[in-house]
Write a protein that binds this ligand. Structure first.
Ligand SMILES: Nc1ncnc2c1ncn2[C@@H]1O[C@H](COP(=O)(O)OP(=O)(O)O)[C@@H](O)[C@H]1O
Ligand SMILES: [Mg+2]
Length: 444
């Protein structure tokens, strides 16, 4: 028996079981199996195991060849569909080769074999990522809510990621003790949300991440979505102004609708200081209306009722007003990393690199005031510098040089920015999201 043989039989058995049991739905299929069957945001019965669907679901290039040696298998030359001549034999063959844990990774098979094996359907369901977190479902939902000509604008304002599309992991981010504690709490709250609802505890699930650019706010929010297997809905508030004004409030509304339809999910609202700024300045009435809609929507959305975890983030806590603060029930501080954290970050960032005489602690000593994002940039520069000399092995000295270069450039940039206006500073902050460097000098 080969792995591919087992994989293909498992898939065909799943399609057969799924087609027979109307009590199962798309959530009961493993995410990989759903891929080939999505059509306009739905998965319709019957699922058929053709060479194509089987190939896509299992990653086996020639599914029929993989199972043609088994005596209970058959296939239709014309349609390419795979079948079993003796279903019972196929099931027995499969059950002889898998443990309970493997079955429980597939709720459909868990349901099918509950009598034969000591497997738990609830557990299998709990562990299986819901269909609403699939890219295909997310795309269909966005299509439904936003017309094609609105889509471009919407993409600026909202971006939805499926958990499998998120690269950041919590393991790659160095956290303070407080941050770890808050994350632990929220993970538990999500796990036990039914219990929290039952005891009437509803004021939970709205976090505000506060700290300078490049300290990991966006990364932690995304990594959390990945860890929990939840879709990640990201709103960039400054984009409200670039919207066609008449539609702005409506689009904010729709964003929350989308989040609720995707729930359980994480709704991440970046640049939250934008709210306060708009309320105090004499912005266009349509923008004010949009911001008011936003605040109202935030009040109405709930982790316990709607299964939407709301995370706000701001680089400018000093610009938030009371109305903004009181909407969050936990504030999580993202300080610039201390020496110990810097050493840990350097350790993580250089994991795959070859560095002679590497001493993260020594580097930490000379990088005071730098953020995680800054440290990444320093490393990148060192790597590129070495490449210009055709070297892929670095030395500690390369890193020290890169730190000095970085600080020099940073000083130049400061001079540049002091001459620029305040908006330029904010715009710089906007770019920080994906590792772009920007130093927020109003907080240095
Ligand atoms: N504490 C940290 N540990 C590891 N990497 C970090 C840390 N803080 C920032 N980074 C890295 O810096 C980059 C920018 O971080 P980001 O999450 O966008 O910051 P923010 O949203 O606070 O501006 C990311 O690549 C991130 O991995
Ligand atoms: Mg960010």
């Amino acid at each position: 028996m080969s792995d591919t043989e087992l994989a293909v039989v498992e898939f065909v058995l799943t399609t057969l079981a799924y087609n027979e049991r109307s009590d199962l739905d798309a959530d009961d299929l493993p995410p990989g199996y759903r891929g080939p069957f999505w059509s306009e945001g739905r998965i319709e019965r019957p699922l058929s195991a053709t060479a194509e669907t089987t190939g896509e679901a299992t990653g086996v290039a020639r599914p029929w060849e993989a199972i043609s040696g088994l005596m209970f298998t058959d296939h239709d030359e014309f349609s390419g569909s795979l079948s079993f001549t003796d279903r019972e034999m196929a099931e027995q063959w499969y059950l002889d080769r898998v443990d309970d844990e493997r079955i429980e990774r597939n709720p459909t098979l868990t349901a099918a074999f509950e009598d034969e094996r000591d497997v738990d359907l609830d557990l299998a369901r709990e562990r299986n990522r819901p269909a609403r977190a699939d890219r295909a479902f997310i795309d269909a939902l966005l299509d439904e809510y936003f017309d094609e000509d609105e889509e471009d604008e919407m993409l600026d304002l909202v971006e939805v990621r499926a958990p499998e599309e998120i690269e950041q992991t919590l393991a790659d981010i160095v956290l303070t003790g407080e941050q770890e504690g808050e994350i632990q709490k929220i993970v538990k709250a999500i796990e036990h949300r039914e219990y929290l609802a039952s005891i009437g505890l509803r004021e939970i699930g709205k976090l505000l991440f506060v700290g300078p650019p490049g300290t990991g706010k966006t990364s932690v929010a995304r990594a959390l979505a990945r860890k929990l297997g939840l879709p990640f809905v990201e709103v960039k508030l400054s984009m409200i102004t670039s919207q066609y004004l008449g539609e702005t409030a409506k689009n904010v509304d729709k964003t929350f609708e989308v989040a609720k339809r995707l729930a359980p999910c994480i709704l991440f609202i970046d640049e939250f200081d934008f709210v306060a700024k708009t309320r105090s300045s004499d912005e266009h009435a349509a923008i004010k209306r949009a911001v008011n809609t936003l605040l109202k929507s935030i009040d109405e959305v709930s982790l316990i009722q709607d299964e939407v975890l709301l995370i706000g983030a701001t680089n400018h806590p000093d610009e938030l007003d009371a109305a903004a603060w009181r909407r969050f029930d936990e504030i999580v501080n993202f300080p610039k990393p201390d020496a110990g954290m810097r050493a840990d970050i350097l350790e993580i960032v250089t994991r795959e690199m070859d560095i002679v005489d590497f001493s993260p602690a020594d580097l930490a000593d000379i990088t005071g005031g730098l953020t995680g994002s800054d440290l990444r940039l320093v490393l990148r520069e060192a790597v590129l510098e070495a490449l210009t000399e055709e070297r892929t092995t670095l030395t500690q000295q390369d890193l020290i040089d890169a730190v000095e270069d970085f600080e020099e450039r940073d000083t130049l940039k400061n001079l540049d920015m002091i001459e620029g206006d305040h908006d330029a500073l904010v715009a710089g902050g906007d770019l920080s999201g994906d590792g772009g460097h920007s130093h927020d000098h109003s907080h240095d």
